[in-house]
Design a protein around this ligand. Structure first.
Ligand code: IFM
Length: 444
């Protein structure tokens, strides 16, 4: 089995650099009946919304097997575990607290802390309670205020036993995939919807940050964003401009308001009816100080001009692909991190997700996932490269701890370090898990 390694002098081999694994509530928990329905429960019921017609009702049954899963996380030798809280497992429809659900997370956090594992909580990883969607979901400004109330419940219950709170995971996905393209829950379409949802998500982040500062002053608080490094399909000026626009629309739309209190200039290219309604004071609320920004990176995006002065993504060519059809381009990861650092006054960064799906096979009790080992090896080196160029990166989380429900692709794509046999819920450490474990145990 080949290994994951870093250059001897790498700052990422120092003990203060945090290594972890990540998951999210809907993707692993199951135990659907013990929480209020969320938008993904509803979306999964729509014909053909999910490639394998599956849903999250059972998933990895983590609510049942959480103690065994904590032992498995500890066995990997990681410093930290990034999990998300299901809003509807903590809050009932009438706004009261679901004591059993909150107790589940309290026990989980306690067990992790008892094993010396730092807990990174994400408060919203896409599982909006369905009853809030029925009031307009992220198109309704009130959802941002409801999120702040929910944040307060969680922060008061879990307190600073949680090392780090992130408000949102990947607001791009919630807004663009969920409300603009309609390929994620709740399946709404239209640019005006997408832009308004994005604004309310960012507002929710700002409101929640104020709550977190008050309730958990000793925890690190911030947000997790996803980025796909933007490249131009050619050197043609029109394509270069298309790449710039794709970058503004998909990447900077989310980070620039946080750090500079304004949307990127591409806002002015939108029709008046597609621009978000921004109330006075909103941008100041959004631009709270963050202790960190989480960066999720998987691949790059290549753009060309669509013939109307807008951008269009082209089919990737020239690099190996993961099972998602995503190009494997570790240099684009370094480029992303260095360019973000050059453009903004960044707080410290954590790589909160990075990983790859491959068509893993469990044979005689083993999963020999060499492509995933290679992916981690090259991408960890890409992070090391960015740190050596001066980017302040404090940690790295592999996505994902274990195979799970990959949203509209159901269980057909496996991202885990750990293989899950969904029929038996048996977990098997893949070779990549063993390689990650070895890297971690070889640190200074
Ligand atoms: O599985 C997802 C995760 O929920 C959010 N970031 C990307 C991952 C892979 O698609």
């Amino acid at each position: 089995m080949s290994t994951i390694s870093l250059p001897d002098e790498s700052p990422m081999l120092r003990r203060e650099f945090i290594y972890g694994v990540a998951t999210s509530s809907f993707q692993i928990e199951g135990a659907k009946d013990a929480r209020t329905p969320c938008i993904w429960d509803t979306f999964c019921e729509q014909p053909n919304a999910i490639a394998d017609h599956s849903n999250g009702a059972i998933a990895c049954e983590h609510v049942k097997y959480w103690q065994q899963d904590v032992a498995m996380i500890a066995d990997l030798g990681v410093d930290a575990y990034r999990l998300s809280i299901a809003w509807g497992r903590v809050m009932n429809v009438d706004g009261s607290i679901n004591a059993q659900g909150l107790g589940f997370y309290r026990n989980l956090v306690e067990a992790l802390v008892a094993k010396g594992i730092k807990v990174f909580v994400t408060l919203y990883h896409w599982d909006l309670p369905q009853h809030l969607e029925e009031q307009g979901g992220w198109l309704n400004r009130d959802t941002a205020y409801a999120f702040a109330l929910y944040t307060e419940v969680v922060a008061k219950a879990l307190g600073d036993r949680v090392y780090s709170y992130a408000t949102l995971n990947e607001p791009f996905c919630s807004a663009y995939l969920g409300y603009e393209e309609g390929i994620h829950a709740p399946g709404k379409v239209g640019q005006a919807n997408g832009r308004q949802a994005a604004h309310h998500l960012l507002l929710a982040h700002g409101l929640a940050m104020k709550v977190l500062r008050r309730c958990v002053p000793d925890s690190l608080c911030g947000i997790v964003l996803n980025f796909s490094t933007a490249y131009s399909a050619s050197t043609r000026e029109a394509d270069v401009q298309a790449a710039r626009k794709g970058d503004e629309y998909h990447n900077h739309w989310y980070i620039q308001p946080l750090l500079e209190g304004r949307y990127p200039d591409i806002l002015n290219d939108l029709d008046a009816q597609s621009r978000p309604q921004v109330e006075e004071g909103d941008m100041a609320i959004i631009a709270q100080n963050n202790d960190f920004i989480g960066v999720n990176y998987y691949t790059r995006a290549v753009y060309k001009d669509d013939g109307h002065g807008w951008f269009e993504q082209v089919v990737p060519q020239g690099h190996a692909l993961t099972a998602m059809g995503w190009e494997i381009v570790p240099d684009a990861f370094t480029k992303l991190l260095v360019e973000l650092d050059q453009r903004y006054q960044l707080p410290p960064l954590y790589i909160t997700e990075n990983g790859a799906a491959f068509d893993d096979q469990l044979v005689a009790g083993e999963v020999v996932d060499q492509p995933r080992i290679d992916y981690f090896n090259s991408h960890l080196r890409a992070v090391d490269n960015a740190i050596r160029q001066g980017v302040d990166i404090r940690g790295y989380f592999a996505w994902s701890l274990m195979d799970n429900f990959e949203w509209s692709l159901g269980y057909s794509k496996r991202f885990g370090l750990v293989y899950v046999d969904y029929a038996t819920q048996q977990r098997t450490l893949k070779h990549s898990a063993l390689a990650y474990k070895a890297l971690l145990s070889n640190r200074l």
